[in-house]
Ligand binder design. Structure first.
Ligand code: FE2
Length: 258
């Protein structure tokens, strides 16, 4: 199974949104034949109606199934009331064959900080009930500090409780965004993966606009970062859910992912 993980599209009529990059990224994405595209929030920049309308038009260019959660930017200016009209429920469980996807809203109106809240723990528990399914949890804000993204802020306020319930249930894969850089790290039996920004001009250093390609096969999860401008793929992290073995190119430079 292949999942495309994209984030922080930032549709906007000012300087945030790069339409040329967006269209190029979608062309690359549509050729990859992903079974599902998970969008981890910030589809808009100010949560405005015109932005939602354009974001909806743009997202419809992405072929195939999509699961979408809101980001902090989508909640500004009453945007939290528009999100369900354009992109559906903000908290959900979807089943795609052997994959269970739990989408959760960590954003709150007119705030950049993230919070999961204990009321969403029930959804996480329900998400692991289907035996023999691989469970993926996705939300916008980051659960752990992300390197290469500047001074730490906006981490989920209840990160300790959130991490605890995720680790206790051995959730193999968590998808996040917000920081505009790609990253992956394994904690216990869980792989935490951040997507960079798909089409926002606010990129960091040389990271550029990127998205993640996640290939899941026989309990093995491989995350590859696609650089949109260079059209270049780079394997970032490989994790085996059954034996807990993980190769991370950020820390294990000598170990190549084949
Ligand atoms: Fe964000």
């Amino acid at each position: 199974m292949r999942i495309a993980h994209i984030s922080d599209i930032h549709v906007n009529f000012g300087t945030d949104f790069n339409n040329n990059i967006f269209e190029k990224a979608v062309k690359i994405l549509n050729k990859l034949g992903a079974d599902l595209t998970f969008i981890s929030g910030d589809l808009t920049t100010n949560g405005l109606l015109r932005e939602y309308e354009l974001a909806s038009e743009k997202v419809s260019m992405i072929e195939g199934k999509k699961a979408i959660v809101p980001g902090n930017h989508d909640e500004w200016n009453l945007g939290y009331k528009l999100f369900p009209e354009f992109f559906g429920k903000t908290d959900f469980i979807h089943y795609y064959g052997k994959l269970t996807v739990v989408g959760l809203a960590t954003s709150e109106p007119d705030k950049d900080d993230g919070r999961l809240g204990r009321s969403r723990h029930g959804l996480i528990r329900r998400g692991v009930r289907k035996k023999n399914n691989l469970t993926l949890i996705g939300f916008h804000h980051h659960l752990v500090p992300i390197p290469n993204s500047g001074r730490e802020h906006n981490i989920i306020e209840d990160a300790g409780e959130t991490l605890d319930i995720i680790l206790r249930h051995d959730i193999p894969l968590v998808l996040m965004g917000h920081r505009h850089v790609p990253y992956g790290v394994k904690i216990h039996n869980t792989l935490l993966v951040n997507a960079g920004t798909f089409s926002c001009n606010r990129t960091r250093g040389h990271f550029g606009n990127t998205f993640n390609i996640i290939d899941i096969e026989n309990n093995s999860i491989l995350v590859t970062v696609m650089n949109v401008e260079k059209e270049k793929q780079e394997k970032m992290i490989q994790f085996n859910c059954s034996d807990g073995c993980c190769i991370n190119r950020y820390y294990e430079y000598d170990k190549k992912i084949d």
